[in-house]
Design a protein around this ligand. Structure first.
Ligand SMILES: Cc1ncc(COP(=O)(O)O)c(C=O)c1O
Length: 357
């Protein structure tokens, strides 16, 4: 298959007046950044990634620029990382449920995909015994999102280290998509790429900072893998966009302020969503991460969340039906938009849930 079913839906059908389908913080506009025209260049030396941007990313994580591969968003970062490591027919273990474009990309690359579960019953943690049973000497890569899309649950460093040891024992790598990591603020554990050379992580300025339009993404990995990725990237975009990279450098300079914007929005909305979930316990079951912009409730009395979605659309409200995460009884609820919109969206959700019974 050469397409992502979820991405097509997200582009054309997810948006609504009360958008609870979005997984990232409300997009910034130019007023949210302090910039002048001097911050932006049209052309410049960029043949292996814009050096000041690589520096800024490396500094954020305490790694070296050799460990950084800039990419067009986490999307391209994930693709580059997987395409560099995986050959056609290689075995790849990937969590279930997961962010569907990653699964689709593995299919496109001709990987032999095996799944390990992240279950609601297990708080969406990874069961190491299950992973141990699945892994073989043919396993080339293990793929994880942490914090997890769709549940928002993060895997702690000690579990990651154990997964890394398991991967190392068969010569495999572990790719961790950390695009939601910065929403954990001071609770965030060290970036997984700093735990050892068997780890690769991907992220961007999209979800936690509202700067999707810059398409500023990156991969962190060993210098050897990074070099292979840069060479592979020569087949795709070859070079990045200098206007975007220069603006991204300006954004890195004010990441603290952007983080404060995110925190202010999330803290109010988290209270709203937590109390909504408590008030609907007879209808919904949900693992509630202490910090997150998304949750993944399961309907207690219905097998399919599609009718919930369809009726919400009549009220100009959107959620993501769980079918896109191989979990039709569930739906993903995002709450990183304006508090007044979250409040009304939740009122609509409550109304339709109660109608459905
Ligand atoms: C797990 C995950 N990775 C990557 C992306 C895409 O992020 P970006 O805008 O940085 O390409 C998303 C967007 O929903 C996501 O949920």
């Amino acid at each position: 298959m050469k397409n992502s079913v979820y991405m097509t839906w997200a582009k054309y059908h997810a948006s609504a007046r009360y958008n609870l389908a979005n997984s990232g913080i409300l997009g910034c506009d130019l007023n949210d950044l302090t910039i002048t025209l001097d911050d932006v260049a049209i052309n410049g030396p960029n043949h292996e990634g814009y050096a000041p941007l690589k520096e800024a990313i490396a500094t954020k994580y305490g790694v070296k620029p050799e460990n950084v591969v800039p990419a067009q968003g986490t999307s391209m970062a994930n693709f580059l990382a997987m395409a560099t490591v995986v050959e056609r027919g290689d075995e790849v273990l990937i969590e279930q449920p997961t962010y569907e474009p990653m699964l689709a990309a593995l299919g496109y690359l001709g990987a032999e995909v095996k799944r390990f579960s992240r279950r609601i019953e297990n708080g969406y943690q990874i069961n190491l015994d299950e992973l141990q049973q699945l892994i073989t000497p043919r396993t080339r890569l293990i793929v994880i999102t942490s914090p997890h899309n769709p549940s928002g649950v993060a895997i702690n460093s000690s579990s990651m280290k154990q997964i890394g040891e398991l991967a190392k024992s068969v010569g495999a790598f572990v790719l961790v998509d950390e695009v939601y990591r910065d929403i954990l603020f001071e609770d965030a554990e060290p970036c997984v790429a700093t735990l050892g050379d068997q780890f690769l992580t991907t992220s961007s300025l999209t979800k936690s900072y509202g700067l999707s339009g810059l398409r500023c993404g990156w991969i962190l990995c060993s210098p050897e893998l990074a070099e292979r990725m840069r060479r592979l990237n020569d087949l795709f975009g070859a070079v990045g966009s200098v206007p975007s990279d220069t603006l991204s450098v300006a954004a890195f300079r004010q990441l603290d302020r952007l983080e404060a914007r995110t925190r202010a929005m999330i803290e109010v909305n988290t209270k709203l969503v937590h109390s909504f979930l408590r008030a609907h316990e007879e209808l919904l079951e949900c693992v509630v991460p202490p910090r997150s912009m998304i949750v993944f409730p399961r309907l207690k009395h219905h097998a399919d969340a599609q009718p919930l979605h369809d009726q919400l659309r009549q009220l100009e409200t959107s959620i993501v039906p769980g079918k896109f995460f191989e979990s039709p009884q569930q739906f993903r609820l995002g709450f990183a938009v304006k508090p007044e919109d979250v409040e009304i969206g939740l009122q609509h959700l409550s109304k339709v849930l109660r109608q459905l019974g």
